[in-house]
Ligand binder design. Structure first.
Ligand code: PHE
Length: 338
């Protein structure tokens, strides 16, 4: 009897298990209910009592050996097979998650497109600026509070350098580089030393526009802003409130009439129906002069807006910090189905 066990062991040891079919056949031959090992277990009854113990032990060891060979073989096929043991070609795949366009970029592109359609080109400039481009050429007096450490991030190694506080610096570069007529729009990241909260952040994005030519008037500015309001907000009604910027004179804040039809309107316009959108004004003659443009020949207008604020209104985003946290749950809401 022990001989039978030995023979079977030789057979089990020498079987090649190169393919899944081999392994299946092996399982059927040796490990199934009617398999060779079970047959030997049935023969157990006929074994003389003195031999039972040795026979039983040998048979158990054999069963373990066969099981081990089978498991090892089938595991190796599993890791080789792309489909796995239960491969099903009709199952849907695991598609790679497509990214989404960041809401700041989406708004930026939309605004740029609106101005590109009426002849503005797009200009960009460095995020680290010198005092001239960020302040002096824009008619900031020497002691203007915006130059203060509280508002501006200065570069420690060279206090003449700072992270730009607005993209008006790009417009100075435009005036430096090209002669009028200039019609340019400058998007970019800007930096201010502000306490971070749900409404304010020390890094945000602006888009600023500049138009310099002969006979540019405040009426031209107003017309262009009405066009923008109509294109972007679908509402052409705007109002201008007097304001102050060192680089424009006169200066104004621009509000778009949003309406007060429902609760959200009340919320985003703080109950006024008006949405504050941007600052603007006629380029101060001092700025033109500082940049080598004769204010007796040329006039111009400029405007600037914060993209975060507009995006927060458009998408009802309650906290500005969401834009920079890169939380996929936030970002994936802006999928455009591209
Ligand atoms: N540079 C201004 C700001 O940072 C915006 C502005 C641009 C205002 C152009 C008037 C004209 O807020």
């Amino acid at each position: 009897m022990l001989e039978n066990v030995q023979n079977l062991q030789n057979q089990i040891e020498s079987t090649t298990l190169a393919t899944k079919e081999d392994a299946d056949k092996f399982k059927l031959t040796h490990l199934s209910k009617k398999g060779s090992i079970q047959e030997l277990f049935k023969a157990f009854r006929e074994v003389p009592p003195a031999e039972k113990k040795a026979f039983g032990a040998a048979l158990n060891a054999l069963k373990q050996l066969a099981e081990q060979r089978y498991t090892e073989a089938s595991q190796s096929f599993e890791s080789e097979s792309v489909l796995g043991e239960n491969g099903d070609l009709t199952r849907s795949g695991n598609p790679h998650d497509l990214g989404s366009i960041h809401p700041i970029n989406a708004i930026k592109d939309e605004i740029l497109d609106i101005f590109k359609r009426i002849g503005f080109n797009v200009s960009t400039g460095p995020e680290v600026e010198d005092d001239w481009h960020n302040f002096t050429a824009l008619n900031f007096p020497e002691e203007h509070p915006a130059r203060d450490m509280q508002d501006t991030f200065f570069v420690q190694r060279n206090p003449d350098w700072a992270l730009r506080t607005h993209t008006s610096s790009v417009q100075v570069r435009a005036m430096e580089n090209v002669a009028p007529p200039i019609r340019t729009i400058s998007p970019g990241r800007v930096f201010r030393n502000e306490a971070i909260s749900s409404r304010s952040h020390c890094v945000f994005h602006q888009i600023e526009g500049l138009y310099i030519d002969k006979d540019v008037s405040f009426a031209d500015l107003k017309q262009v802003l009405m066009y923008f309001a109509q294109e972007f907000f679908g509402k052409a009604k705007i109002r201008m409130r007097p304001s102050y910027f060192p680089f424009t004179e006169p200066s104004a804040e621009v509000d778009v009439y949003w309406g007060l039809e429902n609760e959200i309107d009340h919320k985003i316009t703080k109950g006024t129906g008006w949405l504050e959108v941007m600052g603007c004004g006629m380029v101060d003659p001092n700025v033109l002069k500082a940049n080598g443009i004769d204010p007796d020949i040329y006039t111009g207008y400029a405007f600037g807006m914060g993209i975060e604020r507009i995006a927060m209104n458009r998408y009802q985003i309650p906290d500005i910090r969401l834009f920079t946290e890169n939380d996929k749950r936030f970002l994936s809401q802006f999928k455009t189905g591209l």
